[in-house]
Every structure is written in structure tokens, then in C-alpha cells.
Design a protein around this ligand. Sequence first.
Ligand code: H79
Length: 437
Amino acid sequence: MTITAPAEPQTATDAAGLPAWFTHDRFGMFIHWGLYALPARHEWVKNRERITDADYQKYFDHFDPDLFDAADWARRAREAGMKYVVLTTKHHEGFALWDSALTDYKATNTRFGRDIVREFVDAVRAEGLRVGFYHSLIDWHHPDFTVDGVHPRRDDGEAEIARLNEGRDMARYREYLHGQVSELLTDYGRIDYLFYDFSYRDNDHEDIWGGKGRDDWGSEELMALTKRLQPGIIVNDRLDIPGDLVTPEQYQPDKPMEVDGVRVPWEACQTLNGSWGYDRDNLNVKSVDLLVRMLVDGVSNNGNMLLNVGPTGRGEFDGVARSALAGIGSWMHQHARSVYGAGPSEFRAPAGTVYTQNGNRLYLHLFTWPFEHVHLPDLAGRVAYAQLLNDASEIHYREIPPGTRAQNTGLGGQPAGTLTLTLPIVRPDVAVPVVEL
Ligand code: H79
């Protein structure tokens, strides 16, 4: 087995104590790939459609992604402006994308026969990007993973659950879970990020709905193991114990997130069409404009965006994903400065706009394009120069100095302290125009 050279160590931490790259880089790629790419109708298909192991076996038998090219994935991530890439090493279906010694249910035992995780980490590092793993806590394949409920709810439910769980033993599953994580964090060089998914125990309503949580996963031990094998790794918050960041899913926070009144790093994971796995017939796709707005809106609220791609059963990004990534990349090419290293601003942005700030640079993102003027409260006397970011063309502005009495300035009676930009009539032809101040 070849041991891949670790990426250069990164020890600098940000205010939250996180490796600083994470809140600096802001934008990553999520990749959901597994046997569910073949049915091509959502990664939860086995559960949703109650597909038995025997019936699901055909996807294992026919898994042969001949067009898989990790270098192509990594290059498209970099060209989109993404700085880290997170791959599903195992999703809930239980299929391992690497050559795990602890199971036969793995990519290397399919017709395809290759260690996908190995090719992935090598390719991602070769593009200068950070390596992240997603690992499912849930496992619908493992014989020791206990059943939580029966569907539909029925009177003999308790007895049926007991019958289904005969011979199942979560202690043995825990050992398997920790063992597989050890393999992933030992054999693939430096890993920068780990996304565990997910706990669904309602600790406040155990009597109504138990579900699985920290005791089932052995979360404290698993977290300690993770940090011991990979010092400096960033771990998410889905082990039912606190993590290094919080991970809203397909949800866009509208303000900086806090835990116990303290601002915390967060990352919104988002899909292109609502599905994580490749979903052929789901064309409910977010536009490039919307995706860029989601990214900068997140940064303005101190968050990252982890944008998902679900490669096809042949191993490629489909046309929908490619064009979305290319569109975002062309915006990032000119506007990355308003994203990398940027965060919330103390200033109040006018309606329909979003600020991000990096040091003394303020970035005004215009989600709509006004007629000529945009009025920026409290900025009079504080701006040395203004330009459009896409082409560095100068933007003129007028100011009403703080303390000035209300007057007819020709600027619609704006309050003192307002700085008014004069924009060109024609909106720049970019997803979201940005003025740098
Ligand atoms: O991997 C992606 C999704 O497959 C996974 N997380 C992202 C990153 C995810 N899928 N669903 N969820 C997260 C939340 C779903 C919760 C529920 Fe349920 C599933 C509610 C009902 C079914 C689990 C089982 C919780 C309650 C019952």
C-alpha cells in the first residue's frame, strides 16, 4: 500500500480555536457518491422504498463507474473556487468507498475494484485543496446495527422491533464504526475535516422517540480517537456532543450562529437540486445567481458553504453540476476577494444588499440593480475609494458628513453620515455585482 504524503501541517488557529484555514476559505465541495448513484433517485432510496438487502444487491453487482476520474473532480472543485472537498467514505447504505479490511461491502470488491478514497485524496491534494471525509454513523447494511422502528406504526410494533433486533448488537457495531474510522484516519495521510452524519436521538423526549445518539456511537471515544489520529482535524457537531462547528443542512441562517451566546463557526451544506445522491429526474436546480447569493449571504453571517455534487453511476459530474460549478467559478474568478478571508461587517447593509468585510475592505453585494444610486448609512467620511470588483472600474460617490442637518442635498433627503454611490446604468454582466470600498 502506498502511503500518501501528508499536506503541509497547518497549526494557525482562528479566534474560535479552529484551524484558521476553515473560516478563511469559506467554500468547499461536498461529494455524495455510493451505490445509490445507480438507482439515481436520492441517497435515501433504500430506506424510503424499503428495499431489502437482497434487492439492493444489484447495485453492488453493477457498480462499474468506468468514467471515474478523481483528478477531474478535484480540478472542477478548484476551478469553482472551492478550497476543500468532502467525500462520502460511507453513506447510510453502508457501502465503503475504500479498501476496508473490516467489510466485504466495499468498492474494491465490486467489478470496478479500485480504492476510490485513495484516488480522491491524492487528486484533491494535487490540486492544492484540503481533504475532508464524510462518514455515516447510520448503517443500513451492517448486521449489528439495530432497528429503531417499524413502518408503518402498528400495534405489534414493539414485538416486531424485538424480533428484527434478535442477534443485533450495537456494541459490536460501535467497534466496527471506530475501526473503519481508524483505517480512514491512519492510511490516507493528513485529513483536514470530518463530517459525521448523524444523531437522531431526541434527548428531551426519549419516551416518545428514542433514536440513536452519543451512547450508540460511543461519541466521546470516537471524537478522542479522531483527534488523536489527526491532530488539527476539524470535526462537525453531529455526534450528539459538541463539535468544532455547527452544520445547518439545506438551511441558510439569517444571522451569525451562536451556541450559549457565543458566536461559533458554521457551515451550511447545500444541494444543487434537493438531493445529495445523483437524482436523474430531479431538475429543480438552483441557478448560479442563487448559489452565489447563498455563498456571500453565508459569509456575511460568518458562515461557510459546502456545496454538494452527486456524481453519476459512471463516475462523472453530470451536465447540471458542471455548468453550475463553471458558473460559480467564473464569478469567483473575479470576486473571490469578497469571500476568502472575509466575514461579517459591523455596518448595516441597505435592503437587497449584503456586506462582507476583510480588514478595512468592505464588499457591497448587489442582489438587485438600482437606478444609479445606492445609499450606504454611516459610511460618509470613512471611504477612500470605491470600485466595481469585476473590472476595477471607479465608482463615484457623494457624502453627507456626519452631524449635517437635514437638507435638500439632491440625494432624496438622506440622513447625515450617508455615502451615496453612483452606479452605472447598465448592470455588470456577472452573477452578483460587487462594489469594493
Ligand atoms: O448525507 C446527506 C443526507 O442524506 C443526510 N445528511 C446529508 C448531509 C440526511 N438525510 N436526512 N437527514 C440528514 C435528516 C433526516 C431525518 C429524517 Fe428521520 C429521516 C427524519 C425522518 C427520516 C432519522 C430517521 C431521523 C428520524 C427518523
